[in-house]
Design a protein around this ligand. Structure first.
Ligand code: GCO
Ligand code: MG
Length: 403
């Protein structure tokens, strides 16, 4: 099974996606997602200009060897652009191998370990009352795990709160928009939010919250402690994870579980947090952490330390990544939860897929490969539109903060 053709498509059915399609001499096609939000064209160029010339003529069955070839062979290691490009190739190759074997991908990964993939949805509201309403709406839709984010009185534009309650899209402008931030207001508001939400949903629904890297370690420790009575499933990204020792301090103060790693690219980014058990869930994902081949390695390492998976699944990860992540989630032994933000109808039409939601779980379906397709003709109607993630500034003096 030789690779005969490789093409990169950039399209914008509601938001930008980069897609890699490989063809083989026996007529099969494999698809990989290469979307890196706000930096899409860099990955497209990395693939077109530097990776594709090395792929033509290679044996598509040699997934691990191709991974090593692209990782070690580049000499320059890691980084989001490189690892997203490698992921696109890796997922396309897994798709091809599963198609050649005429099996759904999860079967090749060892078969199902569970009946479905537990997912969490995003409830967001402009204030406490509205957020409680949204959480109840998600419960009504069948979700068993719900992330809650709320507007904060006195602050304009806060992470996770959108105009459209069902479809949240952070890359909202052709140049970065500006959000404002006040840690004191946030730390007072958030425990009130979860007191109200927990009372409204009862004890059985899993509740999650994303701090989005905005606190210092000691502030994060305070928030974790204040949230303990509401028994969160996790508190995500409480502080930036470049300095991993910071998490030891948070751990010393709170038993609220921690989830980190949506911006991580390799096992080296996670190593310390995992082996020192400074987190409970690892958020690294198929598309930004080198594909299925590398994510499996991270998950196996995490399993040794009782850390479970909690893969990133925002809308900037295309349905191709969601499909691959669901096969992975069905088969990986130390699965925790999968994030699921619904894509728009336009996106779903460009990427017809076999996965489906029922009763709080997603199932990847029984189609061969990863079960996600790409409609090239329809995609051509949605050309790339430049879009950036916002920046965040302190409300009182405009200091640039973490977004
Ligand atoms: C999440 C994330 C996203 C990111 C986005 C950036 O937990 O889903 O934090 O909302 O901000 O994916 O591209
Ligand atoms: Mg997050």
């Amino acid at each position: 099974m030789k690779i005969t053709e490789a093409e990169v498509f950039v399209c914008c059915p509601g938001r930008n996606f980069v897609t890699l399609r490989l063809r083989t001499d026996d007529g099969l096609t494999g698809l990989g997602d290469a979307t890196l939000n706000g930096r899409e064209l860099a990955v497209a160029s990395y693939l077109k200009d530097h990776v594709i010339p090395c792929l033509i003529g290679r044996d598509a069955h040699r997934i691990e060897d191709t991974w090593q070839y692209l990782y070690r062979g580049a000499y320059w290691r890691r980084g989001p652009v490189t690892m997203t490009a490698i992921a696109a190739v890796d997922v396309a190759l897994w798709d091809l191998k599963a198609k050649a074997a005429r099996m759904p991908l999860y079967q090749l990964l060892g078969g199902a370990c569970r009946s479905g993939v537990l997912v969490y949805g995003h409830a967001n509201g402009r204030d406490l009352a509205h957020t409680v309403e949204e959480v109840l709406r998600y419960k009504e839709m069948g979700y068993r795990a719900i992330r809650a984010q709320s507007g904060i009185p006195g602050l304009n534009k806060v992470y996770g709160v959108s105009k459209d309650a069902l479809f949240y899209e952070p890359a909202d402008a052709a140049l970065p928009s500006e959000h404002d931030w006040d840690t004191g207001k946030y730390l007072r508001h958030t425990p009130q939010l979860f007191a109200r939400v927990r009372e409204a949903v009862g004890p059985d629904i899993h509740l999650l919250h994303d701090v989005h890297h905005r606190l210092t370690p000691i502030e994060a420790a305070r928030l974790g402690k204040d949230l303990e009575p509401f028994r969160l499933f996790w508190m995500e990204d409480p502080t930036p994870a470049e300095n991993q020792d910071a998490f030891r301090l948070i751990r010393q103060h709170t038993v609220t579980p921690l989830a980190v790693g949506e911006v991580f690219n390799t096992i080296w980014d996670c190593k310390r947090l995992i082996e020192e058990q400074l987190i409970d869930y690892i958020r690294a994902t198929v598309v930004h952490a080198g594909g299925i081949t590398h994510l499996r390695r991270i998950a196996d390492f995490a399993a040794l330390h009782q850390v479970r998976t909690g893969c990133h699944g925002a809308t900037d990860l295309s349905p191709v990544t969601m499909g691959a992540a669901l096969h992975f989630g069905l088969a990986v032994p130390n699965f925790g939860i999968q994030e699921y933000m619904r894509h728009t109808e336009e996106t779903d039409a460009v990427f017809p897929h076999a996965y489906r939601f029922a009763d709080g779980f997603l199932h990847p379906g029984e189609a061969i490969g990863h079960g996600v397709d790409f409609d090239e003709t329809l995609a051509a109607k949605y050309p790339y539109r430049r879009a950036y993630l916002p920046v965040n500034r302190l409300a009182h003096d405009g200091t640039l903060w973490d977004w």
